[in-house]
Design a protein around this ligand. Structure first.
Ligand SMILES: [Zn+2]
Length: 311
């Protein structure tokens, strides 16, 4: 029997497995259309071990296919992207993947084609299809966690680009830099003052430590700020200002109808109040609209978007 909730006009009658290869966790689920068929399965990402990563993904697929009762189509969201010609990983903050022929090796291990996309692109696609971006024709999806990723979706499709870096704003320099913000902290990519080095979770930790000498996680800083700690409040204010300036630069280029935040820092509710006010002074328009929302699917968006790479 046809399921009326399944989106018409797309080939989404097949069962899918979406995998999110993160820096600390690998997560996977089974889906059909918008419907989740299995519980999420999650394991720790083997650190600095490329072959172990492939073996663990293969075991997750086997586990889910046992539950699904058949072979599924597989989409995978990953840090960085695959180079167009060589299919080698580039720009991954899980740096042990960089330069490796990940697509070829994983497809060989699984014995079938796999669709790959940057993890922030998967997040943006998921939120655009049936999440906080539903109904908007253009969306900028931002992941703020251990890194600072971004993905652009226009009319339901990811904008990947010839260099496969569409939406990758995390390694642009902080714009409208203020005294004391240049050259900015060193980033893993070799540059100074990247957005990621300022506004990711570790970026916030490092900023707070430079000002106070205390190394606290973003969560701990937010808790202190909520309890009235002035240094923690100042850190959150600097962070929101920098995040707003970086987002304003993207708005001035892409002008998305909606912006959706994801990743661990998207739980910070002050951002949805502060960011529109901080972004608008930098927007090159007379009437300014900024629609910025929390994710609907939260941590599930990565796996949901990966499964939907076959839509
Ligand atoms: Zn960088």
């Amino acid at each position: 029997m046809d399921n009326p909730a399944i989106t018409p006009g797309t080939d989404n009658r097949d069962k899918r497995i979406g995998i999110d290869l993160g820096g600390t966790k690998i997560a996977a689920i089974g889906l059909i259309g918008d419907h989740q068929l299995t519980d999420i399965q999650q394991v720790n990402t083997p650190q600095n071990d490329y072959h172990d990563s492939i073996n663990i993904i293969k075991s997750l697929v086997e586990l889910l296919e046992d539950e699904l009762g058949e072979e599924a189509r597989i989409g995978l969201g990953m840090p960085g992207s695959l180079t167009r010609a060589g299919g080698l990983v580039q720009n991954a903050n899980s740096t042990w993947l960089n330069g490796k022929p990940f697509a070829r090796d994983l497809e060989a291990a699984l014995g079938r084609d796999v669709r790959f996309a940057n993890d922030a692109n998967c997040f943006a696609l998921s939120e655009s299809r049936d999440g906080a971006g539903k109904g908007a024709s253009s969306l900028f999806g931002i992941i703020l966690g251990t890194g600072c990723g971004g993905g652009l979706v226009l009319d339901g499709r990811i904008i990947e680009g010839p260099n496969r870096i569409g939406g990758e704003w995390g390694h642009n320099p902080l714009p409208w830099a203020q005294p004391g913000e240049t050259p900015g902290p060193r980033c893993w990519c070799g540059r100074n003052g990247c957005m990621e080095a300022w506004v990711s979770g570790p970026g916030m930790t490092a900023d707070h430590e430079r000002h106070t000498g205390e190394a606290l996680t973003a969560e701990e800083i937010a808790a202190l700020a909520a309890a009235g700690d002035n240094a923690a409040i100042a850190t959150l204010n600097r962070h929101a200002s920098r995040l707003a300036r970086g987002i304003a630069m993207v708005v001035n280029i892409f002008d998305p109808e909606r912006i959706v935040l994801g990743g661990g820092l998207s739980n910070m509710s002050h951002l949805y109040q502060d960011l529109p006010r901080l972004i608008t002074p930098h927007i090159f328009a007379d009437e300014k609209t900024v629609d910025i929302r929390p994710p609907k699917h939260g941590a599930m968006s990565g796996v949901r978007g990966a499964a939907r790479l076959w839509d």
